[in-house]
Write a protein that binds this ligand. Structure first.
Ligand SMILES: C[S@@+](CC[C@H](N)C(=O)[O-])C[C@H]1O[C@@H](n2cnc3c(N)ncnc32)[C@H](O)[C@@H]1O
Length: 289
């Protein structure tokens, strides 16, 4: 541990933030690499004579901050960690950084399945870091969950995240193309969730470089119109869901009506487009018959 004065630290911090970047990324750097949490800072601010204890030298933290600013590399990848709901998740550039708006998927599930002691059987297609499935497996301890991804490396990260977040064993991971690894669960699911790649090709080309240059293309690109994967997921969902089972999908800001139409065409009922906190129709949900 290195010890520095609060005054020295505050001057350094001001200099770093004057170069650009956002407070949240800076806080992640300080917390995860520097070993100074927001609450440490608040406590020490009360006592201006105080000393701060750092895990790494300021020069090292500065070099990471400069890297982040110069190359637009997301701080979560530089630190190898992100926070999502109440989870602390390992991330590498193999997995999409789970987004705050996706946190609402879990709240939608809570509304549809209010009894946390329920013995739910759920599947998540395209689990990435495992964020959604892990949150559900923890919230519904009597549930059984299966989470898939096309990439085995991604599943290794999701598995580590589950082990680090819980002592439970109610979530299993399977590698393969959408529904194909789940053949043995046909007709058994109470709930299926997916935040699939849904960015249309033209939009993908224009994504900000911190996304396009660093996050996996396979996690983002949804074909020409963005709906390539959503179509596949919806078409086969009736084979896997129980009658009255729910399908919950995240989609691009303007895809809600099209996804609703696809659900209707595939015998789904009780269809709703659910808005995110910015008022965008971010999720489309329905019940199989
Ligand atoms: C938008 S990311 C979502 C990740 C995570 N569920 C989340 O919400 O942060 C989509 C995920 O789908 C996976 N994926 C892409 N194509 C797939 C396919 N054909 N079958 C299964 N998973 C796929 C990607 O590897 C990626 O992890």
């Amino acid at each position: 541990m290195l010890s520095i004065s609060l005054e020295e630290f505050l001057i350094w911090k001001k200099k770093q933030l004057s170069k650009g970047g956002d407070q949240q990324s800076f806080a992640l750097l300080l917390d995860y690499i520097g070993g100074i949490s927001a609450s440490d800072l608040n406590l020490i601010s009360i006592n201006l004579e105080g000393k701060l204890h750092l895990k790494k030298k300021l020069e090292f933290l500065e070099s990471l901050w400069d890297d982040h600013l110069l190359k637009s590399c997301p701080m979560q990848y530089l630190c190898g960690i992100t926070y999502w709901r109440d989870l602390k998740l390992k991330v590498t550039n193999k997995v999409l950084i789970p987004r705050p708006e996706t946190e609402l998927i879990v709240d939608i599930v809570f509304k549809k399945f209010p009894n946390k002691s329920e013995k739910l059987f759920f599947a998540e297609l395209g689990t990435g870091s495992g964020a959604i499935s892990i949150a559900l497996a923890l919230a519904y301890p009597f549930s059984d969950g299966v989470a898939t991804d096309i990439d085995q490396d991604v599943l290794e990260i999701a598995t580590k995240n589950f082990i680090n977040s819980s002592k439970q064993s109610n979530l299993k991971f399977y590698c393969g193309n959408w529904w194909s690894p789940l053949e043995s669960f046909k007709g058994k699911l109470d709930l299926a969730i997916s935040n699939p790649p849904y960015i249309p090709k033209d939009t993908y080309e224009k994504l900000p470089k911190e996304v396009k240059n660093f996050e996996p293309k396979v996690a983002l690109l949804g074909g020409e119109d963005g709906l390539k994967h959503i179509r596949k997921i919806i078409q086969k969902a009736p084979l896997f869901l129980k009658e009255k089972g729910w399908l919950i999908l995240e989609n691009h800001f303007d895809q809600g009506e099209k996804v609703k139409h696809l659900l209707l065409k595939n015998q789904f009922t009780s269809i709703e487009i659910v808005k995110d906190l910015s008022g965008i129709g971010r999720f489309t949900i329905g019940r199989y018959k």
